[in-house]
Design a protein around this ligand. Structure first.
Ligand code: DQA
Length: 146
């Protein structure tokens, strides 16, 4: 089983960027932690992708069809609240997608309460900083093994 983990704009700035909101762990460390955590699950392979560009994220989501990806974990970052293109690409591939956020977007500015990606996600995990990704992996793995 292969799960693709996608991170959107400015997630590569973790560690420097607003640590009081996002924590001080870098994206490299989050990915390393997920790789370690994934050893708890049988027959699971992870692939990581980060981009600051909306089109590159859409291209990567579309590539899931050719690359035999079983499911996607995505933190679309600011594109969560704006991107119909990312929403449409998720709908197009018909694969389970879990939305992740480090912060609880519902307790922040009003504009962060809107998520286009949620319309197509099987579930959302948010507010647990880097652990949100682990919880999403647990949920998606079990969903795929149902
Ligand atoms: C975020 C929340 C978004 O509102 C914000 O634009 C981000 C990060 C999070 O993980 O908490 O870049 O997706």
């Amino acid at each position: 089983m292969k799960i693709l983990v996608i991170n959107g704009p400015n997630i590569n700035m973790l560690g420097i960027r607003e640590p009081e909101i996002y924590g001080s762990v870098t994206l490299d460390k989050i990915e390393e932690g997920l790789r370690e955590y994934s050893k708890n699950f049988k027959n699971l392979e992870l692939e990581f992708f980060q981009s600051n560009s909306e089109g590159a994220i859409v291209d990567k989501i579309q590539s899931a069809l050719k690359e035999n990806i079983d499911g996607i974990i995505i933190n679309p970052a600011a594109y969560t609240h704006t991107s119909i293109a990312i929403l449409d690409s998720i709908k197009a591939i018909k694969k389970p997608v879990v939305e992740v956020h480090l912060s609880n977007t519902n307790s922040r500015e009003e504009f962060r309460s809107v998520s286009y990606v949620s319309k197509a996600a099987i579930g959302t995990v948010q507010g647990f900083k880097q652990d949100s990704y682990k919880m999403a992996l647990f949920g998606l793995y079990n969903y795929l093994n149902e």
